[in-house]
Ligand binder design. Structure first.
Ligand code: UN1
Length: 494
C-alpha cells in the first residue's frame, strides 16, 4: 500500500475537503504507485488562500535577511538528501538518476542564490529637482501569490518560484503538477522542518481544472507564476488580464541548434544528442530543430545517427540508460501522433519513430529516440512543441537563412549555434529572437544566475532566476521625503 500524503495549509497537513485522492505512478513501471495525494478543489484553495492572507502581514514585515535564512537552511537539507531524493525523482518522474540529481542541484544552487538576495534587494536613491527633498525606490512584496508548476523539473522549477516569493515577503499557494506530487511534498516538508512560519508556504495538490483554476480566480491572490503549456498559459493570461492580476508565464518553445561547416563536429554531435534527448526531450529548452549547413550535413548526420543508435532506452534508475520513459500514457500518445504527423508531412524518419513494447518496456511509456530528416521550416513538427524524444534536421546553405529559419516559429526560448566564425557568432547573438542564446553549448542546461525565459509565445516578458527573479513577486515603490519645511510643488510651480 502506498503512503497517503496531504495538503499543507496554514502549517497543518490536511486531506482534501471532499476526501478525494489521486495516485502518482512511476513512468517506467506504471503499476508502481509512489503515493496517494489529495485531489483538491476550490474549497481547499480558499483555505490555503486564507492561511496565506493571515500570514502575510507578519511575513512582509519580517526582515528580508531573516526570510532568506530559511532558504539557506533548506538548501543545506537538500544537499544532505540529494541521493535519496534523486532516486525518488527518477521513480516519480522517470528521468535518469544523473538528471534527477541535476534537477535537485539546480534547486540547491538557486536557494543559495536567493538566500543572498535577502541581503541585497536593492533600490535606488534618485536626486530630486527640489531642495530639501530626498527620493528613493524601495521594493514591496506583491502579496499572496499562486505558484503552478510542471512535472519535468519537480524540484528546480518549484524552487524558482518558491524561493523568490519567500525572500520577497510574499505568502503563497503552491500547486505542483499532478504527475510529481511526491517531490513537491518533500520540498514543502523541508521548509516546514526549518521552521518557516505557518501560512507562508501552502501546498495544494490536484489537477489544473479543479485546483489550479481556483487559484487563478481567487480574488485575494495578487499574482500567478505559471510554467507549463502555451494552451494553459493562454487561458491563465486571459483570466489574469480580466482580473487585473500580475501573471508571469514560462511556456513552450521550439528550440534550435544551428550547425555551421566550421563547427567542431565532436562537440556539435554530442550537444545535439544531449540537447534533444536528455529528459527524453521533455524540457522546454530541448533541441527540437537542427538547422544544419549543407557543408556539415553528411558528417553531422552520420555521426549523430551513430550516437543516437547507441543510446540505451530504459528505466532511469539503471546507470547506463540514456533515454528514460516519457511521463505518462497520454504524453506518449501525443509524441507518437506527432511522429505520424511528421511522416505525413513528408519528413523522413532516419532513426527511431516507434514506441518500445518488448521485454522491460511493457509497463512503461517508452519511445525510441527519433530523428527526422528533410524537415522543412513550415511543417507542424518544425513549428509545434512536441515535448518528447523527437528532433529533426532542416538544411540550409547560409547563416542568414539559418537564423531566419531559427526565428520562423512562434516561440523563442533557447537557441544554440556551433561555429568558430566570429561573424556567425555575432549574427546569432544579435539576431536570434530567443531569450537564451548559446554559442558552442547545447540548448539545455541553463544556470540559475542568468535570467530564464523566452520571447514571443514562450512567455509574457517575465524572467525567472537570475537577478530578475524578484521582479515577478515585488512592486516598486517610489518614496520621497521633503525636509524643506515648505510645501514644494514639482515641475516649477510656485
Ligand atoms: C524547463 O525545461 O522547463 O536549461 C527548464 C535547462 C534547465 C531548465 C529547464 N536548467 O535545461
Amino acid at each position: 500500500m502506498a503512503e497517503t500524503y496531504q495538503n499543507f495549509i496554514g502549517g497543518t497537513w490536511v486531506p482534501a475537503s471532499k476526501g478525494e485522492t489521486f495516485d502518482s505512478a512511476n513512468p517506467a513501471s506504471m503499476d508502481e504507485v509512489l503515493g496517494t495525494f489529495p485531489r483538491s478543489t476550490a474549497e481547499d484553495v480558499d483555505a490555503a488562500v486564507q492561511a496565506a492572507k493571515g500570514a502575510y502581514h507578519e511575513w512582509m514585515q519580517t526582515p528580508a535577511p531573516e526570510r532568506a535564512d530559511y532558504l539557506l537552511r533548506v538548501a543545506l537539507l537538500l544537499e544532505e538528501r540529494i541521493d535519496e531524493w534523486s532516486e525518488l525523482m527518477t521513480r516519480e518522474m522517470g528521468k535518469t538518476l544523473k538528471e534527477s540529481r541535476g534537477d535537485i542541484q539546480e534547486g540547491i544552487d538557486f536557494l543559495h542564490y536567493m538566500a543572498g538576495e535577502g541581503r541585497r534587494m536593492q533600490g535606488m536613491t534618485v536626486p530630486s529637482e527640489l531642495r530639501g527633498k530626498f527620493s528613493m525606490t524601495v521594493r514591496h512584496p506583491i502579496g499572496v501569490v499562486g505558484l503552478i508548476t510542471p512535472w519535468n523539473f519537480p524540484i528546480a522549477i518549484p524552487t524558482w518560484k518558491i524561493a523568490p516569493a519567500i525572500v520577497a515577503g510574499c505568502t503563497s499557494i503552491f500547486k505542483p503538477a499532478e504527475d510529481t506530487p511526491l517531490l513537491a511534498t518533500l520540498l514543502v516538508k523541508a521548509f516546514e522542518e526549518v521552521g518557516l512560519p505557518p501560512g507562508v508556504l501552502n501546498l495544494v495538490h490536484g489537477f489544473g481544472e479543479d485546483a489550479g483554476a481556483p487559484i487563478v480566480e481567487h480574488p485575494d491572490v495578487r499574482a500567478i507564476s505559471f510554467t507549463g503549456s502555451l494552451e494553459v498559459g493562454r487561458m491563465i493570461n486571459e483570466r489574469c488580464g480580466a482580473l487585473m492580476k500580475r501573471c508571469s508565464l514560462e511556456l513552450g518553445s521550439k528550440n534550435v541548434m544551428i550547425v555551421m561547416p566550421d563547427a567542431n563536429m565532436d562537440l556539435a554531435v554530442e550537444a545535439a544528442a544531449w540537447g534533444a534527448f536528455a529528459t527524453s526531450g521533455q524540457r522546454c529548452t530541448a533541441t527540437s530543430r537542427l538547422v544544419v549547413h549543407e557543408g556539415a550535413k553528411s558528417e553531422f548526420t552520420e555521426r549523430l545517427l551513430t550516437r543516437v543508435g547507441g543510446m540505451k532506452v530504459g528505466n532511469g534508475l539503471e546507470p547506463d540508460v540514456e533515454l528514460a520513459p516519457v511521463i505518462n500514457a497520454e504524453q506518449k500518445q501525443r509524441v507518437l501522433s506527432y511522429i505520424e504527423i511528421g511522416k505525413d508531412e513528408g519528413a523522413k524518419v532516419l532513426i527511431g519513430g516507434n514506441e518500445l513494447t518488448g521485454e522491460g518496456y511493457e509497463k512503461g511509456n517508452f519511445i525510441e529516440p527519433t530523428v527526422f530528416d528533410e524537415m522543412t521550416p513550415d511543417m507542424r513538427i518544425a513549428q509545434e512543441e512536441i515535448f518528447g524524444p523527437v528532433t529533426g534536421i532542416i538544411r540550409t546553405d547560409d547563416v542568414d537563412e539559418a537564423i531566419r529559419i531559427a526565428n520562423s516559429v512562434d516561440y523563442g526560448l533557447s537557441a544554440a549555434i556551433y561555429t568558430h566564425d566570429i561573424t556567425n557568432v555575432f549574427k546569432a547573438i544579435t539576431q536570434l529572437e530567443f531569450g537564451i542564446v548559446y554559442v558552442n553549448a547545447p540548448t539545455i542546461g541553463a544556470e540559475i544566475q542568468l535570467p530564464f525565459g523566452g520571447m514571443k509565445n514562450t512567455g509574457n516578458g517575465h524572467r525567472e532566476a537570475g537577478p530578475q527573479a524578484l521582479d515577478e513577486f515585488m512592486e516598486w515603490k517610489a518614496v520621497s521625503v521633503d525636509f524643506s519645511g515648505k510645501v514644494q510643488k514639482a515641475q516649477g510651480i510656485d
